[in-house]
Ligand binder design. Structure first.
Ligand code: SF4
Length: 180
């Protein structure tokens, strides 16, 4: 029989018949456990991601079984594979079409740094065109590593203030990418 684990409740004060906590903690908990990923998979790391989606690793356990191939219905951009310089503007357009709040997971050496392809045609890391929240190393990373990256994203989402997107720091980050 499988053991069902329920997400841990946020810190708060509880008594008989009541539980009080912060609104941002509840929203963080809901967001972290219902991420809708957009898989931007261009090569071999994408295959590893398919394995992560399969029954053995079962990404659905994270509330993520619903892949979104429309940026407007996604909040986690997962970039997996070699990104050529020609593809950079397309990746950026996809990022810009996603509504806030959104997070970016860079999977594998190619997406993180260009990997072994130190050539004229390959983007030397997606953070040259869009901000990245979590990097997963490896060529390719194993499904366990991809899941670890997703769990690090969940940690960020849970702890992020609901107002972070309006902060000066966040605006400055976007401005450094010329994104308004
Ligand atoms: S990091 Fe390695 S496995 Fe992943 S896309 Fe690049 S070459 Fe392929």
């Amino acid at each position: 029989m499988s053991e069902i684990k329920i997400a841990e409740k946020p810190q708060g004060i509880e008594g008989e018949g009541f539980f009080a906590t912060k609104l941002s903690d509840v929203i963080g908990l809901a967001r972290a456990n219902s991420l809708w990923p957009l898989p931007f998979a261009t090569s071999c790391c994408g295959i590893e991601f398919m394995a992560t989606m399969g029954a053995n690793y079962d990404l659905a356990r994270f509330g993520m079984e619903r892949m979104s191939f429309s940026p407007r219905q996604a909040d986690l951009l997962m970039v997996m594979g070699t990104i050529s310089k020609k593809m950079g503007p397309i990746l950026r357009q996809v990022y810009e079409q996603m509504a806030e709040p959104k997070w970016v997971l860079s999977v594998g050496a190619c997406a993180c740094s260009g990997g072994i392809f130190d050539s004229y045609s390959v983007l030397q890391g997606i953070d040259k065109v869009i901000p990245v929240d979590v990097y997963v190393p490896g060529c390719p990373p194993r499904p366990e590593q991809i899941m670890d990256g997703i769990m690090r994203i969940q940690d960020l989402v849970k702890e992020e203030s609901i107002r972070r997107r309006y902060t000066e720091e966040y605006r400055t980050l976007l401005e450094s990418y010329n994104i308004s």
